[in-house]
Design a protein around this ligand. Sequence first.
Ligand SMILES: *[C@@H]1O[C@H](CO)[C@@H](O)[C@H](O)[C@H]1NC(C)=O
Ligand SMILES: *[C@@H]1O[C@H](CO)[C@@H](O)[C@H](O)[C@H]1NC(C)=O
Length: 527
Amino acid sequence: MMKMFGSFLAFVIVVDAISSANGANIIISLLVPGESSHAKGMSAIGGALTRRGHNVTILTSSTVGTKGFQKDDYNKAVQYKFQLPPDMPDMETLEKDFINLAFESDLKKKVKVMGMIFSVMRIGCQSLLDDSATLTLLKESTFDILIGDSFDGCDALLSSYLGIPFIAVTTGTRYPLFNEHTYGVPTPSSYVPFGFFPFSDKMSFCERVGSFLEHHLIAKLLGWSHFGALNEVKDKHGIAPGRSIPDLLGEAELWMCMTSFAFDFPRPTTPNWIELKGLTDIPVKPLPQDYADFVDGSGDHGFIVFSLGTHFSELPKPGMAEAFARVFSELPQRVIWRYTGPRPRYLGNNTMLVKWMPQNDLLGHPKARLLIYHGGLAGIYEAISHAVPMVIMPIFADQPSNAVRVEAKGMGRVIEKDSITYETVKEAVVDVLENPSYLENIRRYSGIYRDSITKPDDVVGFWVEHILKFGGSHLRSRALELSFIQLHSIDVLAFIVGIIAVIVFLLYTCCKRCLSCCLKSKKTKIE
Ligand SMILES: *[C@@H]1O[C@H](CO)[C@@H](O)[C@H](O)[C@H]1NC(C)=O
Ligand SMILES: *[C@@H]1O[C@H](CO)[C@@H](O)[C@H](O)[C@H]1NC(C)=O
């Protein structure tokens, strides 16, 4: 009887859990103020979930709003009030300062601006937790789960405040404040570069020293200083007393990482780490007429796409634009160049300057031969998806380490922004255009990228619903519950070494005793 009742109860619980996965109430957070470059990915996750009948609310700062989100990807948008203190420059100035860092050589200025960026993140989190009207609204909404862009740890605080589980989302780049170390995933520094330095997975001795330091010193110092400041905010609001912010981050039920091993280096993962590739890919649309006319007239030579994104569409150093323009003027291909600076000398009639371009649609055109690019992830994935080889001129942030991946996999070449001349550009561009290995490699990786048993929407839907039904404890390794000494078996090694030492000592004393006995008996015999 009891047994029957027990199984009935289990049945009810399972049915209840499964039905709660249908039409769940989900909050998607993008809390870093001013950071809308991750909005596209978070929006796509929202879209995958709304299409499966879930109710999605997005939470952003008042400075970001719904920028970068598609209207159909969410049901409701909530913004927390964000304002910088009067003694700080406004967001626009800060963003400009940050972008200018790319061509800044003064280390002191670099450190100062980076410090401010981290302050902005902390102030963002503080503004959210001080905005009682928004917090009340969120609390009353009784969400089932939070899905957060885990850039700085504030999403973990919010989930703890709301008392709901959370799923961490990252782009393919390793975040300084949320990464394998926070999540208990092993990352051997010997072949997993962290990403601060532009290393590949094949490292020289000196690079391995650098990799060790970026894993165990730089990342730790950044975490220590940022979480130290954020901890005051946490304590002020009485969230999860006695627990650290990295502890809370490590409790994410799942980590969805928007990466693909067609591009990234292979590395150890755990069952609660999910590769989410292709989520933001969109189908190629026909080109606007002026672009279509230009590329259709390029004959068998095809055309080149050159873009450095929104921030660098005006090349900052004199001479750079001239160098590119002159190389292009000598090529048989046509070139579409996103450029807003003064018209360069030597500009050939095969080059079209534009202020904006339909980049994905251009790369998807069968005559696209080469992408010259600053190395942002979005464009690299477009090029991989459409199998267009690349020449990357990385400028800042994650771009140098993205560029290394492109070159290491033979999908293109890297040129250094500080040594741009007619010769360096010409050599790299002609090499990628004429050497067939780049095209062969990128075709192969494009195939790997597209080869999949599931659609990205289904990956998101399946995993979020799986976590809603069962939680994530069955996927979690015990790594984070162990101390450093236990995790690395230092105590076990010490124990084994101790036993060996004792055995060796005992053998030694035994032998010594025996030997002295023998010698003694010999002596007595001789006497
Ligand atoms: C979706 O969730 C939000 C927040 O809880 C709520 O205000 C809204 O009414 C819900 N919409 C639907 C269609 O259930
Ligand atoms: C560019 O000029 C050359 C001659 O100077 C001409 O042969 C060629 O067709 C022109 N190309 C374009 C795209 O107009």
